[in-house]
Design a protein around this ligand. Structure first.
Ligand SMILES: [Zn+2]
Length: 268
């Protein structure tokens, strides 16, 4: 599942390619045909992202997209080739086209429906003005492990499996520590770090979390080879040596996903 930085990047990519111009909107697969007909020929006049939810604004409403585990967005240059029948949504403009396949959600919604989605999501480190206090109020009252709270989109929106593992490592926090045992200073540091790391993720379109002193160049080690890309401390590094203490990185299931951490660097 993509993390929040990917969705914010997709919002920017849609605006850059289609913003301010009328576009053709179709649903070759058919499931979105009625809604596509309502916005076909309209101007894309706004985009928004909150956590893993993408919103494309047209006069007739917002297209709400959630990729889920299997959804994919693909961009190409115009002219668009004939679509395959797996394309739920195609947007075609003068210079580019976009094909959406396999999303969990692709629906035309109203402004009030969009606001209701924002209200049930936690603050997103990538949304200017989102309030980390809203997440802190829930985290600080919870007996749930902080690693599970970070993945709960009602608590905090946009953080996925990579950022949760990495931010907890960067702050030396045991992933199984209860939310209520986190200090306010620790929470503020986690939030500030997520804002910085995820902004970098949007800009570079990949997740890098190692500090300058732990890059392959600085440590004289080979770069990480992984189709997820990026240099990380613990994510998918189970049984490998920790970049800081040399101990073995561990893995276990938590909140339906594999968790990774260093038991030496991350104290209870
Ligand atoms: Zn370590």
């Amino acid at each position: 599942m993509p993390e929040g930085h990917t969705i914010h990047r997709l919002a920017e990519d849609h605006l850059a390619r289609f913003g301010g111009h009328p576009v053709r909107v179709t649903s070759p697969q058919g499931k979105f045909s009625d809604s596509a007909a309502l916005i076909d020929g309209q101007v894309l006049d706004g985009v928004d992202a909150h956590g893993k939810h993408l919103f494309l604004g047209f006069g007739a409403g917002w297209v709400h997209i959630h990729l889920g585990l299997f959804g994919k967005v693909g961009f190409g240059d115009a002219p668009a080739p004939p679509p395959t029948d797996t394309v739920r949504l195609r947007i075609a403009g003068a210079g580019a086209y976009m094909d959406l396949r396999g999303p969990t959600t692709c629906a035309l919604i109203t402004g009030p429906e969009k606001r209701a989605i924002h209200e049930r999501l936690g603050p997103d480190p990538l949304r200017d003005g989102d309030d980390p206090d809203k997440a802190w109020r829930r985290v600080s009252r919870s007996r749930t492990a902080v690693a599970a709270l970070l993945m709960d989109q009602k608590v905090l929106a946009g953080v996925g499996n990579v950022y949760r593992a990495e931010v907890l490592f960067r702050h030396g926090i045991d992933p199984y520590r209860a939310g209520k045992d986190l200090t306010r200073a620790e929470w503020d540091a986690i939030w500030a770090d997520l804002v910085a790391l995820m902004r970098e993720g949007v800009r570079d379109n990949r997740i890098d979390t190692v500090r300058p002193e732990h890059t392959p160049e600085a440590m004289g080690r080979p770069p990480r080879v992984d189709d997820h890309g990026g240099e990380v401390y613990v994510y998918r590094r189970a049984t490998l040596p920790c970049h800081i203490c040399g101990g073995e990185i561990r893995t276990a299931g938590l909140a339906a996903r594999n968790l990774f951490w260093c038991p030496t660097c991350q104290k209870p």
